[in-house]
Design a binder for this molecule. Structure first.
Ligand code: GUN
Length: 284
């Protein structure tokens, strides 16, 4: 492997340390403990792990976290009622509804109903709009975590061709939105399942961000020599976690690459903590 490993565990630890220090100072000054309310509907195993990790990280950094576990029989109205209750609860600063929701529930009205000033995922249309206009309130955690990693590694995105693979509202679209902002100044291409000759597009990338959710979709032959490769995928294959990038082959070509696990995943959680602290600070 010739690529430098971008260590998400290390970088996220630095972010969490800063959040811990700022939380301690904020709580000492105001008497307020930042409080995240996480909502988990159903028993999707991956979501259970993610939410547990988010809760644990909150506690370690001095934030309060409350988990609302709802059965997979929960109705749309019951979920909306819980969000309304959390919106009105002044002791709650951040609300997170873990996605995906079970098939019978529609996430759009749920996410739309979260108070924008408690929307620590940054998924509310008002926050998406503010982010795209370059005046962010809450940046979405995974794309923000990726930007933090690039900055930490002193990877200059100015004028670089960044190819984002995947057009989800959680990662692909906001990732492209951040990379193209003034200050980041990348030239951005978004690829998706209908892109013609996706391999040819990826081969042009100085920076690849893979967020398709298909194990090892990006193969080594698609990586331009010395490209930076960011793998957002977390896929379980035969009880092993693999990313959206064929890691060892890509690492032979890239100048820097994120591992899975231990890459983007820990950054997502760290940025959520930062957003929850920000929400609490904005509430006083
Ligand atoms: N599911 C996968 N990633 C995320 C995330 O960042 N936030 C929420 N709420 N659900 C997710």
């Amino acid at each position: 492997m010739s690529a430098k490993l971008i260590d998400g565990k290390l970088i996220s630890a630095a972010v969490r340390k800063q959040v811990t220090e700022e939380t301690s100072a904020f709580t000492a000054e105001t008497g307020v403990t930042p409080h995240l309310a996480a909502v988990l509907v159903g028993d999707d195993p991956a979501s259970q792990v993610y939410v547990r990790n988010k809760e644990r990280a909150c506690r370690k950094c001095g934030l309060k976290s409350t988990l609302y576990r709802l059965s997979d029989k929960t109705t749309q109205q019951q979920l909306m009622d819980l969000v309304a209750e959390l919106n009105a609860d002044e002791s709650v600063h951040g609300i997170l509804v873990q996605l995906p929701l079970p098939d019978h529930l529609d996430s759009t009205p749920v996410l739309d109903s979260i108070r924008p000033d408690k929307d620590v995922d940054g998924f509310h249309p008002e926050n998406v709009g503010l982010m795209l206009q370059g005046r962010p309130r809450f940046l979405p955690c995974t794309p923000h975590g990726v930007m933090k990693m690039l900055a930490h590694e002193n990877i200059d995105t100015t004028g670089k061709h960044a190819v984002v693979i995947g057009r989800s509202d959680i990662v692909g679209k906001p990732m492209a939105g951040l990379l193209v902002q003034k200050g980041s100044d990348a030239t951005v291409t978004i690829c998706h399942s209908r892109t013609t000759d996706i391999a040819a597009v990826i081969r042009q990338a100085d920076i690849v961000v893979a967020a398709v959710g298909i194990p090892e979709f990006v193969t080594g032959d698609m990586i331009k020599p010395d490209a930076v490769v960011i793998d957002v995928g977390i896929n379980r294959v035969n009880d092993r976690l693999v990313g959206d990038v064929e890691f060892s082959a890509a690492a032979e070509k890239a100048s820097a690459i994120t591992p899975v696990p231990g890459g983007v995943g820990p950054m997502t959680i760290a940025m959520l903590l930062g957003n929850t602290l920000k929400a609490a600070k904005q509430s006083v």
